[in-house]
Design a protein around this ligand. Sequence first.
Ligand code: AHM
Ligand code: MG
Length: 333
Amino acid sequence: MNNLITIERHFLEQQMQHPGASGSLTAVLNDVAFASKLVRREVVRAGLVDILGMAGTTNVQGEEVKKLDLFANERIINAIGQHGRFAIMGSEENEETIIPPKSETGKYVLLFDPLDGSSNIDVNVSVGTIFSIYRITGDSPEDASLQDCLQKGLKQVAAGYVIYGSSVMMVYTTGNGVHGFTYDPTIGEFLLSHENITIPERGKYYSMNEGSWHQFNQTTKNYIDYIKEEDKATGRPYSTRYIGSLVADFHRNLLTGGIFIYPATKKHANGKLRLMYEANPLAFICEQAGGKASDGKQRILDIDPAELHQRTPLYIGSKEDVTVAEKFEQGLR
Ligand code: AHM
Ligand code: MG
């Protein structure tokens, strides 16, 4: 058997590369991996909902059946919030910040999207959990406030996602490359399967909801026209791949190369996706893999956030593709 590396061991090995590290970030990541196993357990049973009871009803055990995204949210808050590692948390499902139990000992901030793409669950399409971790800005966890959640993405100390797909994977970075782990349900462990993921400089896929064409700005339309033109040197036209589940679309492009776009539209003037829960963590991962993430005008990780649930246009993926898309967005091409 090959040398199997569990995710816990990998976290520890990363920690050992930083002499003097206290191990607290390692503990935090272990908690996140554990919470994702709890979410996975429910997601893989989602198809049984008609048998076990619809969301909002009472199941055969007399328990109320929760919508999966709300279930995932609660599970993560309970599993991660109990250990005194976080001073404050924010979830895409909660309007306000969350102060977990024992927050007075927490040095970290957790922002997460418990189940992204959850509208896809009913049709058995991949969904994901996305997380983003920061240090608190001051010395005292008791002083942690919304401001600690509103740090620029470049201040993240770790970020990752779990994709619940044909297999379940966790992909993470602590700023030392991007590493992917595949879940082995027979032993209940995430095993290293994709070490040091790098995204190709240029891809062959573009991922966006082109059904919103009439909602797009002219600059966006110009770019889409461009990627459909024939040009051998740049491999155009690109193929469309759009699942409508951000983690799944991002994950494919990370491994194979490509660009994911959710632009500003007439309906969503600032884009649809959330800066703190979706764009920042994926931008950190993408840059660590050699890719690029932009709102069309500036680097995602440089955006100074004003609100917890702030939205942003998102251009993310292979570096050359995002650079060209930015030029179109800025009217330079
Ligand atoms: P959600 O947070 O409500 O699940 O919405 C986010 C999802 C992303 O996973 C996906 O990229 C996007 O919405 C798809 O939006 P659209 O249906 O407009 O293409
Ligand atoms: Mg989401």
